[in-house]
Design a protein around this ligand. Structure first.
Ligand code: NAD
Ligand code: ZN
Ligand code: ZN
Length: 377
């Protein structure tokens, strides 16, 4: 029986082993390390696009040089996990893989050469699982644009599992005051919208529209309020808009009932910034229309496809449209600090790993108000 698992993390096969758990790896003993790493773990993984995830056993990965092994306690479920499981995007992950990029837990083992982390530290495994650290983007604090980046729960196995390995230099350091459940949504939905608001280049007192009040959007409302912006929220669900109002939105618009472009222009003369987190191409088509002159529309949401953009309108009203992908490690630290200070708090419902397919189905149907976090340990 092999004592090590030579396969790359992203291609670990399912094993139906009735292997004993809580067995110390001989290799760890040879390295003089005591590991409490079991041999197999429960995980939810994709075996084919568009099919329910399999909840079963996988080998517990061992940390490579520079990596840590994390005992996952909680993992938020992002709509990106739906896109991953459905193979929605042009660049696809390779099944079998384990989704989840809001996984939080404690470090239980260090690979060789790890600096700055110790066993027991609470960390998160984010979407930006690893970047090269050497390219022009990485060298200029724009590591989310790294062309060699690896994505957690996509090109590397993620947090829908009892254990997960990740590069020590890229895991999120979870500050005091956050528990694994409350921290989960911050390391994707939180940092993504925080960064999205930053790149909208708004000033305190400006009007800011958040379109799509789901996992991302309900945190965006709170970050925007905390950053001194006046917030208008747009969604197609009244329950989402009620939540947005409770979280500090001054105005709400149901895109099912009103033409939000006309309504936002009439109410506030157009917004200085707009953030689109909605999983709807229609919402993207309305983005620039809600802006005032000189405004910026930031795209966070990732429904597959494209949307029309009126050239005359963009040029004559001097609009900016820009995409924004998660955030850097520095953005992550800032986004987590807002949450640790109590300024931003996800509206969370918990579920078990066994319920993952129901959770994904609810996301597809737009029936999650806030974020569902899997309670894993
Ligand atoms: P979610 O399902 O929790 O929320 C989506 C929201 O959009 C829902 O509240 C839904 O009612 C709303 N919506 C649907 N149609 C709408 C419309 N026409 N107008 C306004 N609102 C509408 O999803 P989520 O987890 O918040 O993720 C949202 C999107 O962001 C996904 O596509 C995801 O892949 C993407 N995402 C991007 C990044 C990034 O780095 N850019 C990071 C995380 C997630
Ligand atoms: Zn995400
Ligand atoms: Zn790079």
């Amino acid at each position: 029986m092999p004592t090590t698992l030579p396969l790359p993390a992203a291609s670990l096969p399912a094993i139906s082993a009735d292997l004993p758990v809580l067995q110390v790896e001989p290799q760890s003993r040879r390295r003089g390390m005591v590991s409490n790493r079991p041999r197999v773990m429960k995980a939810a993984f994709v075996t084919a696009f568009g099919k329910p995830l399999t909840v079963g056993e996988l080998p517990v990965p061992s940390p490579a040089a520079g990596q840590v092994l994390i005992k996952v306690e909680a993992c938020g479920v992002c709509h990106t996990d739906v896109h991953a499981a459905d193979g929605d995007w042009p660049v696809k992950p390779k099944p079998p893989f384990t989704p989840g990029h809001e996984g939080i837990g404690r470090v239980i083992e260090l690979g060789s050469g790890v600096r700055g982390l110790k066993e027991g530290d609470m960390v998160g495994v984010p979407w930006l699982f690893e970047a090269c650290g050497l390219c022009d983007y990485c060298l200029t604090s724009r590591e989310t644009m790294c062309e060699s980046a690896i994505y957690g729960g996509y090109s590397a196995n993620g947090g829908f599992a009892e254990y997960c390995v990740a590069p020590a230099d890229y895991v999120a350091r979870i500050p005091e005051g956050l528990n694994p459940i409350s921290a989960g949504p911050i390391i994707c939905a939180g940092v993504t919208t925080y960064k999205g608001i930053k790149v909208a280049d708004c000033q305190p007192g400006d009007w800011f529209v958040v379109s799509g009040i789901g996992g991302l959007g309900h945190l965006a409302v709170q970050y925007a309020v905390a950053m001194g912006l006046k917030v208008a929220a747009v969604d197609i669900g009244d329950d989402k808009l009620d939540l947005a109002r409770r979280l500090g939105a001054s105005l709400t618009f149901n895109a099912k009932n009103v033409d939000v472009v006309t309504a936002v222009q009439a109410a506030i003369g157009g917004a200085h910034g707009v953030l689109i987190t909605a999983v709807s191409k229609g919402a993207f088509a309305q983005g620039t229309g809600m802006l005032r002159r000189g405004g910026t529309c930031v795209l966070n949401g990732l429904p597959p496809g494209d949307f029309p953009l009126n050239i005359f309108d963009v040029v004559f009203r001097c609009l900016t449209v820009r995409g924004s992908l998660v955030g850097t490690r520095s953005d992550m630290k800032e986004a987590l600090a807002f949450a640790a200070a109590g300024k931003v708090k996800a509206n969370i419902e918990t579920a078990s790993l066994d319920e993952i397919n129901e959770v994904l189905e609810r996301l597809r149907a737009g029936k999650v108000n806030g974020r569902i976090v899997l309670k894993i340990a």
